[in-house]
Design a binder for this molecule. Structure first.
Ligand code: SIN
Length: 535
């Protein structure tokens, strides 16, 4: 089947939904999403959205905190743009129906209740208790569902982008005309054609054995864009969140940094607090430092986890501010009002991604990337907490203006594109190959390309990924495409990009720490790591 629209949006998190709502004012939007529309990293975001919202705060302070966290690699123009646009975006979300947490202000009406997280010098995290992502996602979904110009395709996964040069002729700059998309329910691959395609597919936490991300985070947009010829950058900068719940039955549950913002203290098994020893900001030091410190303490002690303790705060306050975390912990027999929570670091956010300009445009014509799939230059070598939902909002807005202009001001015909060719592929009777390869990649990425790296570990990872890529590729052409196979292929591509980027950066900076080069080297590495297929 061929499905035509003005805009094809791949992904249903905050970036994809916001873009769709704005672009739909000017044209038709097809929005595809791998599972149900809500299933995205946005939905599970607890912390909130950083936005200067009080008299004590300033744009300059938010800009400085972002630049400090980014360890020299943030693009200052992008930081300024995103930070200065934050209050307007919070306003828009409120107009769309998001109910942020408020508090009574002295002598005035209620005002936003602002949280604090690591690396922030001021309280500036706008939140909806500890369920911010859910509140935002639900408001956006409600608006998208009722928009006549938007058609949502659930259980549809993009297999590959459709590039101009593959079917017409090579042009100076490659163009994308949509994507081949697998309907996971029927097994059919449809041709989705569009004049602008938006990769808003989120992150790639599933490359790692332990992650705070939902299962959908398989780096699809990054992998597809790279295969299509787009430049990707800074893939070595993987943010490990210091505090995921440690429990055999808790798959990927985050304990928000906001807990430390409200006085939570990290402790060893014997109750000793340890962060003060390592950083003047103690438990609210930037995330890379907290995660590495926990890793070090665990390696020293041989313990399985450390503990996050907020039990000294009033029980009523804890239940009101963190209802979601409180309830989840209780499910696992942990009463956080009375006892510390066992926690470990886990892969949380990828600062690298598809290179875009300040309009979300990639190096390929008619292809945009928004949110965690993109590398705009905002995060540099380490993302400041709660800057990511904000980035997605600002860039979705700008990309929509740019893409609407492109599509409406100079309309062009989409060239003839043939349907997907299966080339005699048969249904696989060895699905075990997929699960085996998934496991292998996630395990060696955790052990060799995790929080602390070395040349030897990176070389081991490189050899393994080359072998697996070969095997996955053969499998891909011989057997009928399934959702699991598409994701495995994408995970393998992203893992390879992370390993290559980490190997190229022979220094330690931000989220990339290599014991063979423990120092930052501004002479040789004060630059982004850029990768392009075939280059
Ligand atoms: C958290 O709530 O700790 C996560 C916030 C973020 O990753 O920005």
């Amino acid at each position: 089947m061929e499905i035509r629209s003005d805009f094809l949006v791949i992904g249903s998190g905050i970036g994809g939904l916001s873009f769709a709502l704005k672009a739909a004012k000017a044209g038709t939007v097809a929005l595809i999403t791998k599972r149900n529309i809500r299933e995205s990293a946005t939905y599970y975001a607890q912390g909130g959205i950083a936005s200067v919202s009080s008299k004590e705060d300033s744009f300059d302070a938010h800009i400085k905190d972002t630049l400090d966290a980014g360890a020299g690699l943030c693009h200052r123009d992008m930081v300024e743009l995103v930070v200065r646009n934050a209050p307007a975006k919070i306003n828009e979300l409120t107009q769309l129906g998001v109910k942020f947490s408020m508090k009574a202000a002295e002598g005035a009406g209620p005002e936003l209740d602002l949280g604090k997280e690591g690396g922030h010098s001021k309280r500036r995290i706008v939140h909806a208790q500890d369920l911010t992502g859910k509140a935002v996602e639900e408001a956006l979904v409600d608006n998208v569902r009722s928009h006549k110009n938007i058609t949502v395709y659930e259980n549809h996964i993009a297999v590959d982008l459709i590039t101009h040069s593959k079917f017409v002729e090579a042009t100076a700059q490659e163009t994308v005309w949509g994507a081949y998309v697998l309907d996971k329910k029927t097994g059919e691959i449809h041709t989705f054609l569009a004049r602008a395609t938006i990769a808003a597919t989120g992150g790639a936490g599933k490359v790692y054995l332990f992650t705070s991300n939902p299962d959908v985070a398989t780096g699809d947009g990054i992998a597809m864009s790279y295969r299509a010829g787009a430049t990707v950058a800074n893939m070595e900068f993987i943010q490990f969140h210091p505090t995921c719940l440690y429990h055999s039955r808790a798959k990927s549950f985050l304990i928000s940094e906001a807990l430390r913002g409200e006085g939570g203290v990290l402790r060893l098994k014997d109750g000793t607090p340890f962060m003060k020893k390592y950083h003047p900001m103690a438990d609210l030091a930037p995330r890379d430092i907290v995660a590495r410190t926990i890793d070090l303490e665990l390696k020293k002690s041989g313990d399985d986890c450390v503990y996050l303790d907020i039990s000294h705060r009033d029980a009523g306050f804890i239940k009101e501010r963190f209802p979601n975390i409180h309830e989840k912990c209780l499910e696992f027999g942990i009463d956080m009002t009375a006892a510390p929570i066992p926690v470990v670091p886990a892969a949380h956010y990828i600062c690298g991604g598809v290179v875009t300009d300040s309009d979300g445009a990639t190096t390929i014509r008619r292809l945009y990337a928004i949110g965690e799939a993109a590398c705009t230059g905002l995060h540099g070598a380490n993302r400041l907490a709660s800057n990511s939902l904000l980035e997605a909002l600002v860039l979705a807005d700008r990309a929509s203006i740019h893409a609407v202009d492109l599509v409406t001001k100079a309309p062009v015909e989409i060239p003839p594109i043939p349907p997907w060719e299966t080339r005699g592929a048969v249904v696989s009777d060895e699905a075990v190959v997929i699960s085996q390869n998934w496991d292998e990649i996630r395990r060696f990425m955790w052990n060799y390309v995790g929080i602390v790296r070395s040349d030897k570990r990176l070389e081991r990872a490189r050899r393994r990924i080359n072998l697996l890529k070969h095997e996955i590729n053969e499998y891909y052409w011989d057997f009928k495409v399934t959702g699991n196979l598409v994701e495995l292929r994408n995970i393998a591509t992203v893992a390879e990009l992370i390993i290559r980027s980490a190997t190229l950066r022979k220094e330690s900076r931000g989220l990339h720490y290599n014991i063979d080069y423990p120092e930052r080297d501004d002479v040789n590495f004060l630059k982004d790591t850029l990768l392009k297929i075939g280059a």
